[in-house]
Design a protein around this ligand. Structure first.
Ligand code: SF4
Length: 368
């Protein structure tokens, strides 16, 4: 069964490392957006019943609870097992948590990024570790204890000691799910742009070197494993039974429908996405036009490799895929980035670190 993704692009601030279609806009625009998001969902013809809902963005925890509840009400609810909302620390209150629970939300993903205050502040965040601790108990009181904590390895000024301190908080708070992202320098974030220009703003001159970031990641993999949260996907770690049902749909190439700004959809063969500007999204829907920006046909065999191989369990290629991708498979096996277990292929520990190199091998391989 399929998933539903909903985007709420509004934030209290634009974090320096962020490369999402999100930002700070006036309240009046938020209300127009909420109305048009509900309209887009209402206009959808459901050919299947969703199993998961995921509110991302942006900071959907800042959405008016009644607007969120209204949007949830127009999504068929009979088969929903998991409904997640992404939250910025500092935005969780008892009233909001109770309203989310009443609207059907049963999982929260907290974008902590760092428990070290100086690191968090430099990126634009204002929370402390104690705020996160307090908000987790607010969520638990509201009946939401299926929680993910996001951390970023590679923030400006991060050291091995500060990284260990962040993981110490993870150990103390014991969430059942953790996501670890390695900061990538590219022009899609202000911090990345500054680093590419060789500047000093946002701490771009004190970014840890690549080999240190790789060391942070490897340390986290081992520490989380010992804590009973093995890696099940490159960036995701969970206690057994707490893996994200929604995100697994992306990696298992199951269908999902996205609503809102920059929301992506996949129906099993076609992929499409909505426009990535809130103003454009709102005005299109207000005049009765489609918010869809582009559409493309998937090469499911290619995607089976560069999406499915993200999973620790790897993939079981079809006979046709073994034949079509024989050369890249052999090269990745020979370089020790992939390993074969009977009919399955999966990344090695080194392959996880150099996964982009592996995925590159399977893009645009000639079809047979
Ligand atoms: S990181 Fe999250 S809170 Fe910060 S700007 Fe991006 S979407 Fe908003």
């Amino acid at each position: 069964m399929a998933g539903v993704y909903l985007s709420y692009p509004f934030c209290a601030q634009k974090c320096t490392f962020c490369n999402f279609a999100s930002g700070v806009w006036p309240d009046a625009m938020k209300q127009r957006y909420e109305r048009m998001l509900a309209r887009e969902i209402e206009q959808h013809e459901w050919n299947w019943l969703p199993e998961t809902v995921y509110w991302g963005g942006g900071t959907p925890s800042l959405m008016r609870p009644e607007a969120l509840e209204g949007a949830m009400r127009v999504i068929p609810a009979d088969h929903i097992r998991e409904a997640t909302i992404e939250c910025a620390p500092g935005s969780v209150t008892a009233e909001r948590a109770q309203a989310w629970r009443a609207a059907g939300i049963n999982r929260v993903s907290l974008g902590v990024q760092s428990f070290v205050e100086a690191e968090a502040r430099r990126t634009g965040r204002k929370h402390s570790a104690e705020v996160v601790q307090r908000e987790l108990s607010v969520l638990a009181d509201a009946g939401i204890d299926n929680v993910n904590i996001d951390l970023i390895a590679g923030l400006p000024g991060q050291t091995f000691d500060s990284w260990r301190a962040s993981l110490g908080w993870v150990e103390r708070l014991a969430p059942p799910h953790v996501s670890i992202y390695m900061f990538e320098i590219d022009e899609d974030s202000r911090l990345g742009q500054e680093a590419l220009l060789g500047g000093t703003r946002y701490g771009a001159d004190v970014l840890p070197p690549d080999d240190a970031v790789a060391g942070f990641y490897e340390y986290a993999v081992e520490r989380l494993r010992v804590l009973g949260l093995p890696r099940y996907e490159i960036s995701n770690f969970a206690r057994s039974g707490f893996e994200s049902v929604h995100n697994l749909k992306y990696w298992n190439l199951e269908p999902y429908i996205g609503f809102g700004v920059d929301a992506h959809s996949f129906d099993g063969s076609l992929r499409w996405s909505n426009v990535d500007s809130p103003e454009d999204y709102i005005t299109r829907l207000e005049r009765g036009a489609s918010p869809r920006a582009d559409e493309s046909c998937s090469d499911l065999e290619e995607e089976h490799f560069f999406v499915g191989l993200r999973l620790a369990a790897g993939i079981e290629p079809s006979a046709r895929e073994w034949s079509r991708f024989k050369e890249p498979i052999d090269r990745s096996l020979a370089s020790g980035l992939l390993v074969r277990d009977a009919e399955r292929l999966r990344l090695t520990d080194r392959g996880f670190l150099l996964s982009n190199e592996v995925f590159q091998e399977f893009v645009h391989a000639p079809a047979i």
